[in-house]
Design a protein around this ligand. Sequence first.
Ligand code: AMP
Length: 470
Amino acid sequence: MATDYFHDIHEECGVFGVYGHPEAANLTYLGLYALQHRGQEGAGICSSDGKNFYLDKSMGLVADIFSEKRLKKLSGHSAIGHNRYSTAGSSSLKNVQPFLVNYILGSIAIAHNGNLINAQYLRHELERAGAIFQSNSDSEVILHLIARSSLDHPVERIKDALSMVKGAFSVLFLEESQLIAVRDPFGVRPLSLGMLDGAYVVASETCAFDLIGANYIRDIQPGEILVINDRGLHSFNLLQSNKKAFCVFEFIYFARPDSLIFEHICVNTVRKSFGRILARDTMPDADLVIPVPDSGVPAAIGFSEKSGMPFDFGLIRNHYIGRTFIEPKHSIRHFGVKIKLNPVKDLLKGKRVVVVDDSIVRGTTSKKIVKMIREVGGAKEVHMRIASPPTIGPCFYGIDTPTRQELIASSHMVEEIRKYITADSLAYLTIDGLKEVLPNPDNYCFACFNNNYPIHFPKEESLQMELILV
Ligand code: AMP
């Protein structure tokens, strides 16, 4: 069914790996802790001492799952870990990674960030040939393809398997004597290499390196297979693509502001620049700029810097609850905004307020916020400014967006959305505005804003995709 398929493909995740360090599992725990924003449904760590593998995974947050006792059992000098995002319909331990399997060449564990767009077809073919799956995650398909490859060497098998899959993958494999990091030829999701005490570490984002004190060396290149073992680093080419498609939404919302992603670019700096352009192009007559915390903070600072309008925290966020977006039922989501945010009445009363957020998806959050700022906060006018263009298309490469029908901007003009959210004015950043900020903008995927999907759906999948796209 299209809906199930849709939910199954929506996995936002974080990965971390270390090779050749006596504290491998502890470092992986810390790395996952720093990457918690990339996935809160479940987490797991798989370690190896060169002979045996040790695996521990659970639903929940990293710090709640791993105790000292549990981490102690994860012996060895190498480890990979994974944070998984919560999505409706597919929330279960069986989907929490890493997955660890045995096959003819030994054992192999996988931790994958991104979504494969032909996984359903490949899975169906594999099942027809007798394969048995334990999860409904597309990452398991990769393991089956590796196990079925007829090539002699593990790296050749990985290359063989990954040349059959299409989509986004920043993926880590752990074998007895090596860690292998691979990034898809388009480089959709980030993946970075660092070093700590002479050992190599790999992470979705560099904020993980900062926590453990590792030095950021470079990105795993799009289309690169990087093998890390006792003899050092060995780089191989997977498949070359003449087009890169770095996900612009990592800059807008997903990555942590203190990370450097996509060729050493600081997320915070980019977000602030988005806010500056937004102010330059859409500045209303108002008294105060406030962010929707946390996602709107850097853009609101940029907006304030450019406009000269004072910045303040007019909404206070309760940090001890999950992101409302992931709650499955409409009614709970409505309730969630109130649980999460509260206006500072003293600051807002009688003011003309500019509210900056990173994005509007369904419009539910903005509607609640505008109402709250006006009715509870006592603001005179509420001007909504969005530091990204209208979201009109779902993501098939690993960002959790709802179906096209649910994206308010896919079927409504800006003025209609303004009316819906009851703001005095509403304006978005343009795609040109995004491109003005990004170095090498041709290297980015803007599909959620322009429906221009850089990784084309294989014929076998296109029917299902059409169902989702309508
Ligand atoms: P909505 O209420 O559906 O319009 O959601 C908009 C809010 O969700 C904004 O405040 C964004 O910061 C946040 N948001 C946007 N994209 C995502 C995502 N992929 N996962 C979680 N939250 C998101």
